[in-house]
Design a protein. Structure first.
Length: 328
């Protein structure tokens, strides 16, 4: 699939490589879903399949380079590409809360080994925001005295939360939300079966983040809107619809569905407000304020997706016509 939103970052990296001025650490900063991990994978493959910095005239990170090295990268077996991320908990499908100090120490030990293939060792940390405190400090020491021919790609969704000393030792590439018209055209090219009205709604809800737009498409926006409107129109007597919503968006694996609900509720409330008498608009706005408070409180706390989903359902149920509320 074609990438979007990487043009400026790719240009900056290739200019540094061609000029032999490749900084040892790059901070890939921007909203989650901008494709920063995809960009890091392209950079890692590029360095694994090309020679010394400044050699050659590759015009793109997707220049194939050495075919044998490329096959190893594609198979996930290239010895000089190290990928660090949160690991699965023991006997669990859930990810650990952090990238641990032991993972960082393992990466540092690898740095003492001689390169066995190619000119570069590439270390991708996805995301550097997930490092526990000791791990961040250990990484900082490595960035202060970087090994030769080693390049760090630090993916960050919230660079302001990183240690300032880590940020100061990196060259930052910023991945900004994509313009609406560009995003709409891109989605139309890769999802041509969607009508333009639905595409525009998805682009608006995505905030210019390609990964979020794709998640919205894959989550079936229309089906979710229908479920939420059913709560708002019926009042959900017996809580059946709200309980189903809570199950659907609860748990770590359903975070994308919860974010989808949070994204599309404003549009639904606007639709409801347009259909109500002027005297009832204030009550619709009050429920939107309530939704925002619930989301903020959840983020500050444990972010219980099921609870947030049920509370959003409660807000919508309060907007049911009076005869439906009486039936409750």
């Amino acid at each position: 699939m074609a990438v979007i939103g990487h043009d400026e970052a790719e240009k900056a990296f290739l200019e540094a490589w061609r000029g032999g001025r490749l900084h040892h650490a790059w901070l890939l900063a921007g909203p989650q879903g901008m494709g920063k991990a995809s960009f890091a994978a392209r950079v890692a493959r590029f360095l694994a399949t090309h020679g010394r910095a400044g050699e050659g005239h590759a015009m793109s990170l997707d220049d194939p380079g050495d075919a044998a090295a490329g096959k190893l990268v594609d198979a996930g077996n290239h010895p000089e590409i190290i990928h660090m991320a949160r690991q699965l908990k023991d006997k669990s499908k859930d990810l650990a809360r952090n990238i641990t100090i032991d993972q960082v120490r393992g990466m540092i030990r690898r740095q003492h080994l001689s390169l066995s293939l190619g000119e570069w060792r590439v270390i991708v940390i996805d995301a550097v925001d997930d490092l526990e405190t000791d791990g961040a400090n250990a990484l900082l020491k490595t960035l202060e005295e970087p090994p030769a021919k080693t390049l760090f790609l630090l993916i960050s969704h919230s660079p302001g939360r990183l240690l300032p000393t880590i940020r100061s030792r990196c060259r930052t590439l910023r991945f900004q939300p994509v313009d609406r018209d560009v995003m709409t055209s891109w989605l139309h090219d890769i999802r041509s079966m969607l009508d333009m009205a639905e595409l525009r709604a998805i682009v608006a809800a995505s905030g210019g983040v390609p990964g979020k737009a794709l998640a919205l498409i894959d989550s079936d926006v229309a089906a979710m809107e229908k479920k939420l409107l059913a709560i708002a129109s019926s009042g959900d007597p017996g809580n059946r619809l709200r309980e189903a919503l809570a199950r659907e968006v609860g748990g770590t694996s359903n975070r994308a569905r919860l974010e989808l609900v949070i994204d599309i509720v404003p549009g639904l409330l606007a639709q409801i407000a347009r259909e109500r008498p002027i005297a009832e608009i204030a009550s619709v706005l009050a429920q939107w304020d309530r939704v925002q408070r619930n989301v903020r409180d959840a983020i500050r706390g444990s972010y219980d997706g099921a609870m947030v989903g049920f509370e959003i359902g409660n807000c919508l149920a309060e907007l049911a016509p009076r005869h439906a509320q009486t039936a409750r």
